[in-house]
Write a protein that binds this ligand. Sequence first.
Ligand SMILES: [Zn+2]
Length: 109
Amino acid sequence: MMVAIDCAEDIELASELQNYLKKHQYDAKIEGSSVMLNALDVEKVLESFLKESSRTEYSIRKIDSANLLLSKEVPIEDFGFLRCEMCGYVLSSEEELLVHRRAHGIQLL
Ligand SMILES: [Zn+2]
């Protein structure tokens, strides 16, 4: 089936992905910043592409069965948020984080 891989406005990434796909005998074409691919194992192919092009900061998000989004994971810390290292809970201040940590039974010095 035809799957659209949205490269989140990254034309360079889209064309690099298209080249990679063509090299691996896939029929891929570009529409805007999306790569249209007709394949069964799209996610597996994308994982290989990210690995081989050392794009470890990228992730594949499945929007629905015909749409995937390829984008950089934006760390929440970039928006001034903090994350509890025990459970991943997101808080907006150091104070809140200290209070939250007590819920895990950590004794603060
Ligand atoms: Zn926590």
